[in-house]
Design a protein around this ligand. Structure first.
Ligand code: HEM
Length: 410
């Protein structure tokens, strides 16, 4: 393989599997690599850990706001909309907005969810354990993050299925299975989903005002800094980002983690026998098989990185999947090692936009794997998992598994 063979824009390639060989080549030979694009002006592919970290910590120089955080180009009209989403803001606006939502999203609030999350895990596993088989993605991995976000935001039971479908459509913008016409370049499903969810946010906001509860929605409606509250539409945008950022990601890590454990039966048995390894196992899963491949930044001035001249307004893509396998930082980076220490992976990003939901995601992942490890025995994958067609999310759409049937618990 040579640098001329590298193509990080091909969703078919990512659907077959993460191109770790291309990332290793880039880290070795061209860590700041000019990558041509058939559907855009080209970008700098950033594949090394320290570079990714440095860039993420300089939001003034590497903007999330100027052109958004996705690789695909957006029209000015679309940019005006997506700049209202926290992911696509720069300081000082980002700091103010983040402080507001942080206020509602406190560690106390997250921790208070633990007993509810444990109940949800029990119910999710009860739903399949007697059958001895299921689609791990839909029946186990997808359920917990969806339930948690819906509960935090006050989405009633009967609307959750639609919220689930819409979230899939938003993230699966490159996967014809998840768009209405089934055509590879048809993104209309994602656009309609965006509009529908946005409108739905208004309903939730009105409910949070008329029926205040001890939940995130009410916290968001009331949070105030220097006398300023979240504007009406900001609430909707925040709901939308939670749905996308918090749902597909946690589901993906759960599915990828299960695959990693099943592919490493000795370590699977070790953590099953000793749950004190649970936290380091979850961290290793996050490093080894993260949910988000990449986010974008736009240079706001000419700047040099590793002797490469980046020009103002050029695009940079930060490849978390590659940084997590950087041999300058991790020993034997391609080895799955549940006792890895230290393990400062970048699965949640770093710097200005470090994942707001990292504490919540960790809590969900620990509790779902605690449930899985204690209650499922003899699990095996019975058909090749179907991966998401996406260069953005490292997702799995379907994974049929069989296991020893067990009892439903009270
Ligand atoms: C394992 C699961 C998750 C992974 C791998 C993940 C990953 C990430 C990454 C890489 C970023 C950085 C984006 C950037 O630098 O541009 C991010 C930001 C964010 N995440 Fe997560 N995330 C996860 C779960 C969650 C959850 C559960 C929530 C909320 C319920 C959440 C909400 C957010 C938000 C709001 C941001 C934007 C923060 C900002 O712009 O300041 N994420 N996430």
């Amino acid at each position: 393989m040579q640098l001329s063979d590298v193509d990080l824009t091909d969703p078919d390639l990512f659907q077959r599997g993460v191109p770790y060989d291309q990332f290793a080549l880039l880290r070795r030979e061209a860590p700041v690599f000019w990558h041509e694009e058939s559907d855009g002006p080209g970008f700098w592919a950033i594949t090394r850990y320290q570079d990714l970290k440095r860039i993420s910590k300089q939001p003034q120089l590497f903007s999330s706001e100027r052109m958004g955080t996705l690789r695909q180009e957006s029209s000015e009209e679309d940019l005006a909309i997506i700049r209202n989403i926290i992911l696509n803001m720069d300081p000082p606006k980002h700091r103010q907005y983040r402080a507001l939502v942080n206020k509602a999203f406190t560690p106390r609030m997250v921790n208070s969810l633990r007993p509810r999350i444990q109940q949800m895990v029990k119910r999710i596993i009860n739903g399949v354990i007697e059958k001895g088989e299921c689609d791990f993605v839909e029946d186990v991995a997808a359920k917990l993050p969806l339930e948690v976000i819906c509960e935090m935001m006050g989405v009633p039971e009967e609307d959750r299925r639609r919220v689930y479908e819409i979230g899939n459509s938003l993230v699966g913008f490159d996967d014809p299975d998840l768009q209405e016409t089934g055509q590879p370049r048809d993104h209309s499903g994602a656009q309609d989903a965006f509009a529908e969810m946005f409108l739905y946010g208004t309903k939730l906001r009105e409910k949070a005002i008329s029926h205040p509860a001890d939940d995130l929605a009410t916290g968001l409606v009331n949070a105030e800094i220097d006398g300023h509250k979240l504007a009406d539409l900001d609430f909707n945008f925040f709901f939308l980002v939670l749905l996308v950022a918090g749902n597909e990601t946690t589901r993906t890590v759960t599915s990828n983690g299960m695959i990693a454990l099943l592919e490493h039966p000795d370590q699977h048995a070790d953590v099953q026998a000793d749950l004190s390894l649970l936290n380091s196992t979850v961290e290793e899963i996050l490093r080894f098989a993260p949910a988000v491949h990449t986010f974008r930044r736009q240079a706001t001035a000419d700047v040099e990185i590793r002797d490469q001249q980046i020009r103002e307004n050029q695009k940079l893509m930060l490849w978390y999947t590659s940084a997590n396998r950087d041999e300058e930082v991790f020993d034997a980076p391609d080895t799955f090692h549940i006792r890895r220490e230290p393990n400062d992976h970048l699965a949640f990003g770093v710097g200005e936009h470090f994942c707001l939901g990292a504490n919540l995601a960790r809590l969900e992942l620990r509790e779902i794997f605690r449930g899985i490890l204690t209650r499922f025995h003899g699990m095996e994958i019975t058909a090749k998992p179907r991966r998401l067609r996406s260069t953005f999310i490292n997702g799995v759409k379907e994974m049929q598994v069989a296991f020893e049937p067990g009892p439903s618990l009270d």
